[in-house]
Write a protein that binds this ligand. Structure first.
Ligand SMILES: C[S@@+](CC[C@H](N)C(=O)[O-])C[C@H]1O[C@@H](n2cnc3c(N)ncnc32)[C@H](O)[C@@H]1O
Length: 275
C-alpha cells in the first residue's frame, strides 16, 4: 500500500499532495523521502509504516540524493538506530548498510533479467560491483565458469566478500579498486561484461573494449533524457566503435527513473568484431 493511501483522511489534501507515493524497504530498514514542508508529519509517517510493516527496525529519511564516487545518498535516522541490514532477493541475502554503500531494491528485476541471459560456462565481469548483487545472483542461478566483481568503495568491498560467504557461492572473485586500474591487469577476456554505473559508464568503455570477447555481450547502463531514447542505441554503438569494438545494440529498456523525464537505460550490446 502506498504511503499516500496510508495517510489519506488523516492529513489535509495539501499535505497529502506532498507525501511521496512510495518508500523503499531494504531488509528491515525503510528509506523514506519526507519533504521539508511536511516534516511535521514525520511521527504520523513513522507510525503508518510501522503499522503496515511490523518487522521494520529502522527508518531513514533521505536528506540528499545519491551522489559522490561511491553513489551513496545522505540520510538521517528517524526511527531506531541500527542501519546495517540483510536484503533478500532471488533466494540470495545481502548484508549491507545503505548509509555507507549503494544498493537498490528497484534493480532486482534487472538482476533477474541478466541472470537468465548468462549461459553455462561463461566468464562474467561485473564492473562497479557494489556489495555484489549482480555477481552473486548470477553465480547462484546461472552456471558461469567464473564471475569477477570490481568495486572501489572499501566498505562495499567488505560487504561483497561477506556476501560471497553468506550465499555460499564458490566461483565469485572480488577485487578491490578502481576498474581503470584493476581490469586491465585481469587475465584473459570475458564473455559478458556488466557496466552498472549509469552516471559515468562512458568513461570506462575503453576498459570494457580491451576485455570483451568477440561474440560476447556488454550490458551498458546510462542515464538519458526521454527525448534521447530513440537515438541512444546508435550513439552507444558509435561510442564502442570509437574504441575498436563493432557491436550491435540488440536490446534496450528503461530500468529506473532518475529525475523527471530522465531515466536509467540498459543497452545489451553484442560484440561483432574487434579491431
Ligand atoms: C550505481 S552503484 C552499482 C552497485 C551495484 N552494481 C549494484 O547494482 O548494487 C556504482 C558502484 O560503483 C562503484 N564505483 C565508482 N567508481 C568506481 C571505479 N572507478 N571502479 C570501481 N568501482 C567504482 C561505487 O562505489 C558504487 O558502489
Amino acid at each position: 500500500m502506498s504511503l499516500k493511501k496510508m495517510l489519506k483522511g488523516k492529513v489535509s489534501d495539501e499535505e497529502l499532495s506532498k507525501v511521496r507515493r512510495s518508500f523503499e524497504i531494504i531488509g528491515d530498514v525503510v528509506v523514506v523521502d519526507i519533504p521539508d514542508e511536511i516534516l511535521h508529519l514525520k511521527g504520523m509517517i513513522i507510525d503508518a509504516i510501522l503499522k503496515k510493516h511490523k518487522h521494520v527496525k529502522t527508518i531513514l529519511r533521505k536528506t540528499g540524493e545519491v551522489g559522490g564516487t561511491y553513489r551513496v545518498a545522505r540520510y538521517e535516522v528517524i526511527y531506531g538506530s541500527e542501519t546495517e541490514t540483510i536484503a533478500k532477493e532471488h533466494g540470495c541475502r545481502f548484508l549491507l548498510d545503505p548509509t555507507k554503500v549503494y544498493y537498490s531494491v528497484k534493480l532486482s528485476g534487472e538482476r533477474e533479467r541478466i541472470m537468465k541471459l548468462v549461459k553455462p560456462g561463461e566468464r562474467v565481469l561485473v564492473m562497479f560491483a557494489g556489495v555484489g548483487p549482480f555477481a552473486i545472483v548470477i553465480a547462484k542461478h546461472a552456471k558461469p565458469s567464473e564471475v569477477v566483481g570490481v568495486e572501489l568503495n572499501p566498505i562495499a568491498v567488505e560487504y561483497f566478500k561477506k556476501n560471497v560467504e553468506l550465499n555460499k557461492v564458490k566461483n565469485v572473485k572480488v577485487y578491490a579498486g578502481d576498474v581503470r586500474e584493476v581490469v586491465p591487469k585481469l587475465e584473459g577476456e570475458f564473455d559478458r561484461i556488466l557496466m552498472p554505473s549509469p552516471y559515468n559508464a562512458e568513461s570506462f568503455v575503453d576498459i570494457a573494449a580491451i576485455k570483451i570477447k568477440e561474440g560476447g555481450y556488454v550490458h551498458y547502463y546510462t542515464f538519458a533524457g526521454v527525448e534521447e531514447e530513440e537515438e541512444l542505441p546508435r550513439r552507444v554503438e558509435e561510442l564502442f566503435k570509437s574504441y575498436g569494438v563493432e557491436c550491435k545494440a540488440e536490446f534496450m529498456r528503461e530500468c529506473g527513473n532518475f529525475a523527471p523525464y530522465v531515466n536509467r537505460y540498459v543497452i545489451d550490446l553484442k560484440v561483432i568484431k574487434k579491431s
